[in-house]
Write a protein that binds this ligand. Sequence first.
Ligand SMILES: [Zn+2]
Length: 255
Amino acid sequence: MNEKFRFIKSFLKDAPLPFSCPFCKRDSLVLLPETWQEHDRSKLYHSEEWFDACEHVELTYTALYKCSNSSCDQKIISSGTGGIDMDYIQAEYVEYEPEYYSYYQPKIFIPPLSFFPIPEKTPDEIKTLLELSFSIVLQSPASAVNSLRSSIERLLDIHRIPEKKLHHRIEQDVPTHTILSPYKDYLMAIKWLGNSGSHDLDQITLQDIMDVYEIMEFVLAGLYGNTQNTLQKALLINQKKGPLTRQERKSLSSQ
Ligand SMILES: [Zn+2]
């Protein structure tokens, strides 16, 4: 997740794309350099006295990424914005001299790229909401958090948690539910972040969403991934501080 976050915050043109191919799920996406096009919106002002590249250059770009897995061979289109930054490098005659470079921030990938692998057994309506969040998160983290919040509501519906305010569902009903109870704190953490997103649009940041994704990945891997039974068993045994009943064991293995 950290690698993905670093990339979306700012990347250099030749940096590898740390996302898997949405078609074949392999880490096989590479930039097609000949498709890269960029435009500097500040061009008009380059000769002005006040012009400072680091402060005023506004880049927009578009490019294609290709899956290098020959049996997949799909392409992803991406575009975004960028700017100029500077590093001081050691030089021959002066101690340090400035070196300027362009950096970029992706705003969209079509089709959207996944921030974490969604287990195959995840119910479709939760998958759809997560994929919606992946497609809008780079443009509006607050909107993405809203669809994540809805995905939690759906998860509770699917597990027949009675409908009421989300906070009460998690606080009062999740602890009494065999399957969901080990995840109460994780679900509550997502709820708090979702609240910030819906109350103040500027308050929620990409870093906050990465936290939600990380927690969500853990919850879904436990509920629908390959490790679901082992993980849930361990969490439930810890929570009960004792062995499982026949009923609890049966309900875990029937998922
Ligand atoms: Zn592929």
